[in-house]
Design a protein around this ligand. Structure first.
Ligand code: ZN
Length: 151
C-alpha cells in the first residue's frame, strides 16, 4: 500500500502544481457549471465543449485546495475526446471509488490513473474536495442551472 500512497502523493502534487486545462474556458464551450464545497472553500467552474456527443474540449477555472485542484485536473485529462456516455460512467465509477466501502470489479479498468484518488479515502473530510469537479461536470452535462453544492 505504500507504493500507492507515494504514487497518490506524487500525482496529487504534480497536478496541483501544474493543473492541466486550467484556467481555461474552451472556445465554443457549450456546457458549464459552477461547483462549491463549503466545507473546504473549493470553488470551480467546469466548461465543456460537446459536439456529436463527444467531449471535444474541457477546462476549468476557480480555486481550491490541492486535492480538489488535482482531481479537477485529472478529470479534464481523462475526459477529453470521450463520449458523454463514457463521462457519465466515469463519474459514477469515481463516485463509487471514493464513497463505497467495497469495490465491485476492478476500477482501474475504466479509471486508470484516476484510481490514485482512492488515497483521499484516508482523509474522509477530503472526499468532497475530490468529488467536487466530478459533480460539477455531471451537472454541466445535464445542463442543470445554478450552483452545485457538495452539502
Ligand atoms: Zn478542498
Amino acid at each position: 500500500m505504500n507504493d500507492l500512497r507515494e504514487l497518490y502523493e506524487e500525482v496529487i502534487l504534480d497536478h496541483n502544481r501544474n493543473p492541466r486545462n486550467y484556467p481555461k474556458k474552451p472556445q465554443g464551450c457549450n456546457h458549464s457549471a459552477h461547483g462549491f464545497n463549503p466545507l473546504c472553500g473549493d470553488e470551480f467552474h467546469v466548461h465543456l465543449k460537446v459536439a456529436d456527443d463527444v467531449i471535444e474540449d474541457v477546462g476549468f477555472e476557480g480555486a481550491g485546495c490541492a486535492i480538489s485542484t488535482a482531481s479537477a485536473s485529472l478529470m479534464t485529462e481523462a475526459l477529453k475526446g470521450k463520449s458523454v456516455h463514457y463521462a457519465e460512467k466515469m463519474f459514477n465509477e469515481v463516485h463509487n471509488l471514493l464513497t463505497e466501502e467495497k469495490q465491485v470489479g476492478d476500477p482501474a479498468e475504466l479509471l486508470g490513473k484516476l484510481t490514485v484518488l482512492t488515497g483521499v479515502k484516508d482523509y474522509p473530510m477530503r472526499v468532497k474536495c475530490a468529488t467536487l469537479a466530478w459533480h460539477t461536470m455531471h451537472a454541466a452535462l445535464r445542463e442543470q442551472e445554478g450552483m452545485v453544492c457538495t452539502e
